[in-house]
Write a protein of this length. Structure first.
Lengths: 260, 207
């Protein structure tokens, strides 16, 4: 098994302090994510074993077999999982000690939007993302409504603003989940298998959306077409990054690894 | 499909209209609902019920939600009211049974009018404001509101899960096996609760 390793990452874009809906230093400016000798042990199982990475590309894909540790790797990036050993820093912020600040920079999209949508109606769920956070002034009500409306218009959901979220199609739910994340203007968007539950058309639409947003994006996926045009692809196997390259060679390696 | 999901129609029933009832503050509507509900429970005469019915009708007209939306909310009473009517008729006679049944319809119609004219977030904000005095005993009002929102949001999600489990059960020929229904439903519910916890953390609920 060959181990590919890239080193041509772009320079750090700063700490990203102050990111948020207003005053964001620019959602398009990539952050540097550093993982130093990261180990994650869950119960009796070593899920990740000695990951060293520096991610600063605009589009990064992560592929791997079920149970390989790629979802855990994604969850490290916003502090949902903290390393058992080693350190993860996002824009210079330690996910273990500065988790709240990290989550202001990193938006996370889950596989199942039903697990992510909190509020009963579409507009209310987007508005929930804009609620005042501890120590921060909230947006005035009218401004918040305007931001929600603009976000829904941008994603083609304005006609569903007052509809119950549970009546949306699977694709619309995932679109809503992404809209609710993007409305906070995160610098980095991490998506964990966002197209797995979708039909081909919706999977393509979500894939195109993730490819077009201004944010830096890290996508964990089994849908290799999503990674068209990405800058870098990591292949995870048995808790390690076993390939790290541009999409074509990395995916060729992955196909060989899977015997496909 | 839809065996459990049909019950989810009551949720997210807000009907957007530009009316004086819609514009009224959610806290005021909830307080008015509480006061009028007590009045409904106290009246014993046909004249009292009639006066309250006129009031409910006036609010319904002013809200401009339309009769259809209101009737959808009253649909669950199709089974309940005849049962209550029959029971009360047997116990107390026709006059009292009719008054009690009418009061029941008025109560549900009143609550439905609040649901139809108030966004969930407005209700939750009002509850959050109302729960603020409880801070002194350690209650976090924003958590109270979030728990209520999650409860409302979870009903259709769990109903869909129950549908899926029921379908899987039928496909495997275990339609009447309670354990074959309950175990995957409980496991699935706990798994979704875990996922929801992750999502809430990711959306900064603890931050």
């Amino acid at each position: 098994m060959s181990l590919l390793r890239r080193t041509n990452v772009v320079p750090d874009a700063g700490t990203g302090a102050g990111a948020g809906h207003d005053g964001a230093p620019g959602a398009a400016v990539p952050l540097t994510v550093r993982l130093d000798d990261v180990h994650v042990r869950l119960g009796e199982r070593d899920v990740l074993r000695g990951i060293d990475l520096e991610l600063a590309e605009h589009r990064v894909g992560v592929v791997g077999a079920n149970g390989s540790g790629k979802s855990t790797l994604a969850r490290l990036l916003n502090g949902l999982v903290v390393p058992t050993r080693g350190q993860v820093a996002v824009g210079g912020l330690d996910t273990r000690t500065q988790g709240a600040a990290v989550r202001r920079l990193v938006g996370f999209v889950f596989t199942d939007p039903d697990a992510q949508i909190v509020m009963p109606t579409v507009a209310e769920d987007v508005a929930y993302s804009l609620r005042p956070r501890r120590g921060e002034p909230g947006l005035p009500e009218a401004e918040r409504a305007a931001v929600v409306h603009a976000a829904l218009v941008e994603r083609g959901l304005a006609g569903h603003a007052d509809h119950p979220a549970h009546l949306l199609s699977g694709g619309q739910k995932q679109l809503l989940a992404i809209t609710s994340v993007l409305v906070t203007r995160p610098r980095l968007l991490v998506a964990d298998e966002p197209t797995t539950l979708l039909d081909l058309r919706n999977a393509r639409a979500i894939g195109r959306l993730l490819g077009s947003v201004e944010q830096q994006v890290v996508v964990v996926t089994h849908d290799l077409d999503v990674l068209d045009g990405y800058d870098r692809v990591l292949v995870v196997d048995d808790g390690r990054v076993v390939a790290d390259d541009e999409p074509a060679p990395a995916l060729a390696f992955y196909r060989r690894l899977m015997g496909a | 499909m839809g065996r459990f999901r049909s019950g989810a129609g009551l949720l997210g029933a807000y009907v957007p209209r530009d009316s004086v009832v819609h514009r009224a503050p959610a806290g005021l509507k909830l307080a008015a609902l509480a006061v009028v509900s007590v009045a409904v429970l106290l009246v014993r005469s046909w004249s009292g019920v009639g006066a309250l019915a006129v009031l409910v009708l006036a609010v319904a007209v002013a809200s401009r939600v339309g009769p259809r939306a209101l009737l959808v909310q009253l649909r669950p009473l199709v089974w309940l009211v005849p049962a209550v009517l029959a029971l009360q008729w047997w116990a107390h006679g026709p006059a009292r049974a009719a008054v009690l049944s009418a009061r029941l319809v008025l109560l549900v119609a009143l609550a439905a009018l609040v649901v139809l004219t108030t966004r969930t977030t407005e209700v939750l904000t009002a509850i959050e404001h109302g729960a603020r005095p409880l801070r002194v005993v350690g209650v976090r009002p924003e958590r109270v509101a979030l728990v209520l929102a999650l409860a409302i949001r979870s009903v259709p999600v769990l109903a869909a899960l129950a549908d899926d489990v029921h379908d899987a059960q039928r496909a495997r020929g275990h339609e009447r096996d309670l354990r074959a229904f309950a175990v995957p439903l409980v496991v699935g519910t706990l798994r979704r609760a875990d996922a929801l916890g992750d999502a809430l953390r990711a959306r900064g609920v603890d931050d």
